[in-house]
Design a protein around this ligand. Structure first.
Ligand SMILES: Nc1ncnc2c1ncn2[C@@H]1O[C@H](COP(=O)(O)OP(=O)(O)OP(=O)(O)O)[C@@H](O)[C@H]1O
Ligand SMILES: [Mg+2]
Length: 237
């Protein structure tokens, strides 16, 4: 077991508000790890801190053995960590293809980029069909696929997903979780942030439950799905 990401005693403040309180967790190479929690629990804050967009007030983050909590975001991406932000944020006014090309901006090797693009299109045929379309014209589920495809264009070792199922129709939700499993099978490690505890824990090797900035439970996906606390709080009893 190789530790890929190690978050150690992490705290995040926004002024006087402490959004993340001494959080510690790990992601091992090859795993899908789900971090679940209600609105405002601090999930996005943790993710943005890992990707270097928010600075922690205390604590340490190691990615592949290197401390990254002070590193600039672009260096963190270049080291093999890529995130799909909450709400997807595809670039409207740009085509699907141009959005994907933005994801490869760090890679200058054109052949390599072409190969990655083919892989992304194999995984998301719907994106290939719509490659010349303005990203803004895609449905919500397709925009999520585009955001995931864009993140995969940088060939990350670790993919961070912030609520990929949010606001999607059930049929798309299933598809997104299937794709996450597929991404894992292809060798990318995934940290999945979700409010959809049922689905997120079903596909997770391990999971953590976050409540008002603190980790209150951890275990395998199965253990958490079966635990009384999780059932009561997230799965309706
Ligand atoms: N830029 C900010 N400035 C001030 N407070 C913030 C900021 N971002 C987040 N917060 C606060 O930090 C807490 C955690 O927010 P965060 O967005 O991390 O939660 P979350 O678990 O991602 O919630 P959601 O499920 O709604 O996305 C909340 O109380 C929120 O109001
Ligand atoms: Mg959030």
């Amino acid at each position: 077991m190789t530790i890929m990401l190690k978050v150690d005693d992490l705290s995040v403040h926004y002024g006087v508000i402490q959004a993340v309180k001494n959080v510690s967790f790990e992601v091992h190479e090859g795993e899908v790890v789900s971090l679940i929690g209600a609105n405002g629990a601090g999930k996005t804050s943790i993710l943005r801190t890992i990707s270097g967009l928010v600075r922690p007030s205390a604590g340490k983050i190691e990615f592949l053995g290197q401390e990254i909590q002070k590193a600039p975001a672009r260096k963190i991406v270049a080291s093999g960590l890529s995130q799909v932000p909450e709400g997807r944020h595809v670039f409207s006014g740009l085509t699907v293809m141009e959005n994907l090309e933005m994801g490869a901006f760090l890679h200058k090797d054109r052949d390599e980029n072409q190969k990655n693009l083919k892989k992304v299109f194999d995984r998301f045929p719907r994106l290939e069909e719509r490659k010349n379309q303005d990203a803004a014209t895609l449905s919500g589920g397709e925009q999520q696929m585009l955001a995931m495809g864009r993140a995969l264009m940088s060939k990350p070792k670790l993919l961070l997903l912030d609520e990929p199922s949010m606001g999607l129709a059930p049929i798309f939700i299933q598809e997104i979780f299937d794709i996450v499993q597929d991404i894992q099978k292809q060798g990318t490690t995934v940290l999945l942030i979700e409010q959809n505890a049922n689905k997120a824990l079903s596909i997770a090797d391990r999971g953590y439950v976050l409540e008002t900035g603190k980790i209150v439970l951890s275990g395998t996906g199965k253990e958490l799905l079966e635990s009384d606390e999780v059932r009561k709080a997230y799965l309706g009893g």
